[in-house]
Write a protein of this length. Structure first.
Length: 79
């Protein structure tokens, strides 16, 4: 297992993102990062919870309805 934690990975990726912009200013950076992290997180947690939304919501510390809405938004669950 890698010794890097998630925070370090995000920091390195964002540093590289800014380098790749070559001085151009980013747009909607917060939304971009949240979407990039949220979908794989939801996917992994749902697999680990074996599809149990109540368990996944508890693990994530969010309401089950919020989890369901996010799963639909990310096309991880059909409406």
């Amino acid at each position: 297992m890698s010794k890097k934690n998630i925070e370090e990975c995000v920091r390195e990726t964002l540093d590289q993102y800014f380098q790749d912009l070559h001085g151009a200013e980013p747009h909607s950076l917060h939304d971009m990062v949240i979407r990039a992290v949220e979908k794989p997180m939801l996917d992994v947690v749902m697999r680990q919870a074996e599809g149990n939304q109540s368990k996944a919501a508890e693990w994530l510390g969010i309401n089950r309805n919020t989890l369901r809405r996010k799963l639909v938004e990310h096309k991880l669950l059909k409406p």
